[in-house]
Design a protein around this ligand. Structure first.
Ligand code: ATP
Ligand code: XMP
Ligand code: GLN
Ligand code: MG
Length: 515
């Protein structure tokens, strides 16, 4: 078994980033809530433990505590922010509310050598780190020494070399701590001594064996969208079980220009995987004609996907398993310690309702991976670069980008504008710098003048964002002349649009899609 690191989550906004840094160091890790059952923690057999940050104050009565297993397993421990405070409070030191809080950039002064700093930082040096805390450690537990300080944190980094326990008040997992990734790497590779054998080649082998064990002689269907996740899942599963897999690509009439042909051609051209191409556009567009409200659109589409999958599964004599491209961020969402029911912003069309009705078991080979790891696995599996680098595209497709009521005519207008925008992005060499880019058709008409004549046509909004996982995002800062060029082309070439605007909202407060 590959070496594993356990991250215990106290509810920090950036716990996922700790996991990413550990994986980037070539070491497998998982996140469990701080109150995971002791049995679960033991059976995970971690070689090292990381305690995350969190919003609570450790000295308050109900504040979450690190499970005693974290300290009793005898493996190295790294506490980050709240994690450091938990180590101190629970092992005999003391934490109090600080007078001065530290948020943002801070200068760390290295006082003593430490295994975490090996090859990185030396005593006497000062380095930039990122802080986000109000509480502070005021007394160290026995056995610990201070290895670095900052203006407001006299115990900014602490070490107990004997027990191999370390704590940092700053956040090494965020990019604003420039050396942070190497610090985490030092912890998992040098201090813990993990092998660094978590590679996509190793994952591929293990995943193939696991799929064979799970599926046996059963039949599997996989909804294939042409997106990265479902394509990688399909190719991986096919490698494992060959013809027991059938892929179903649904053309719901809400795809982008030329997309259906491209997906089918690219897939059939490269793979000998049975692929059903179902044109269900009449069904989807027919039902959506009655719908304007975003949530209703999403729910209608989700239901129709299920109907179509059921029909197609029946045609091939039934299926025992449904394959999905669920990723690790989806999984963490549901285990993370956030407390309280969260509100539904959007019902992401999800095939999750499918298995219950169809009594199929799920095959989710990507549920341990982040998006960039899925792309890497895709390359490892030899998927064409065109598939691997594709921007995400939502299951409900253009239905949530034609705002309000949907007609075939509006979809055609949007498709043209969207294609121009994407083409210009490719031409400018910007495609890979962007997480997702698309056009939105607004249900608003404005007055314009073209060739001395009055126009009264629709507005098109352009959206392009950077992101690492779609959970938070920033608008992409195009040069103005680029936006001008796209705008001119769209208004000139697309009948029905006479005005173009660019969306400069980040997420939050916006979301990526407009509906
Ligand atoms: N047109 C479609 N036909 C069949 N299945 C689809 C279609 N659109 C979406 N799905 C199914 O819904 C799942 C979720 O869609 P989602 O967009 O999150 O993933 P993806 O399309 O595989 O990858 P990406 O996030 O890169 O677009 C897909 O993995 C796929 O199984
Ligand atoms: O498969 C999907 N089914 C959906 O119903 C859906 N809604 C949004 N998205 C995609 O998810 C990411 C975040 O989108 P939002 O910021 O709009 O919530 C972005 O990448 C969106 O494109 C979806 N993907
Ligand atoms: N980011 C954190 O982990 C903060 C820890 C604690 N809530 C503090 O304010 O000090
Ligand atoms: Mg998709």
């Amino acid at each position: 078994m590959t070496d594993r690191i356990l991250i215990l989550d106290f509810g920090s906004q950036v716990t996922q980033l700790i996991a990413r840094r550990v994986r980037e160091a070539g070491v497998y890790c998982e996140i469990l809530p701080f109150n995971a059952a002791p049995e679960r923690i033991r059976s995970f057999k971690p070689k090292g433990v990381i305690l995350s940050g969190g919003p609570a104050s450790i000295y308050e009565g109900h504040a979450p505590k690190a499970p005693k297993e974290a300290f009793e397993l005898g493996t190295p421990v790294l506490g980050i922010c709240y994690g450091e405070q938990a180590i101190c409070e629970q092992l005999g030191g003391k934490v109090e509310a600080g007078e001065a809080r530290e948020f943002g950039r801070a200068l760390l002064e290295i006082k003593e050598p430490c295994a975490l700093f090996e090859g990185l930082w030396r005593p006497g040096e000062k380095h930039q780190v990122w802080m986000s805390h109000g509480d502070k450690v005021v007394k160290l537990p026995p056995g610990f020494r201070t290895v670095a300080v900052s203006e407001n944190a006299p115990f900014a980094a602490i070490a107990d070399d004997e027990r191999r326990m370390y704590g940092v008040q700053f956040h090494p997992e965020v990019v604003h701590t420039p050396d942070g990734a190497r610090l985490i790497r030092n912890f998992v590779r040098q201090v813990v001594g993990a092998e660094g054998d978590w590679t996509m080649a190793a994952f591929r082998q293990q995943a193939v064996e696991a799929i064979r064990r799970q599926v046996g002689k059963g039949r599997v269907i996989c909804g294939l969208s042409g997106g990265v996740d479902s394509s990688v899942a399909a190719v991986l599963i096919h490698e494992a079980i060959g013809d027991q897999l059938t892929c179903i690509f649904v053309d719901h009439g809400l795809l982008r220009q030329g997309e259906a042909e491209q997906v089918v051609e690219l897939f059939r051209g490269h793979y000998n995987i049975p692929l059903v191409h179902r044109d269900a556009s009449h069904l989807f567009l027919g039902e959506l004609a009655l719908t304007e409200e975003p949530e209703l659109k999403r729910k209608t589409i989700g239901r129709l996907f299920i109907d179509v999958f059921e029909e197609e599964a029946r045609k091939i004599g039934g299926a025992d398993f449904l394959a999905q491209g669920t990723l690790y961020p989806d999984v963490i969402e549901s285990v993370s310690f956030t407390g309280g029911p969260s509100v539904t912003i959007k019902s992401h069309h999800n095939v999750g309702g499918l298995p219950e009705r169809m009594r199929m078991k799920l095959v989710e080979p990507l549920r341990e991976l982040f998006k960039d790891e899925v792309r890497e696995l895709g390359r490892e599996l030899g998927l064409p670069e065109r598939m691997v680098r594709r921007h995400p595209f939502p299951g409900p497709g253009l239905a949530i980008r034609v705002l309000g009521s949907i007609t075939k005519e509006k979809l055609d207008i949007l498709r043209k504008a969207d294609a121009i925008f994407l083409q210009e992005i490719e031409n400018a060499g910007l495609y890979d710098a962007i997480w997702q880019a698309f056009a939105v058709l607004l249900p608003v008409r404005t007055v314009g003048v073209m060739g001395d004549a009055r126009t009264y046509d629709q507005v098109c909004a352009l959206r392009a964002v950077t992101s690492t996982d779609g959970m938070t995002a920033d608008f992409f800062p195009f040069p103005m002349d680029f936006l001008g060029r796209v705008s001119t082309r769209i208004v000139n070439e697309v009948r029905g649009i006479n005005r173009v605007v660019y969306d400069v909202t980040s997420k939050p407060p916006g979301t990526i899609e407009w509906e």
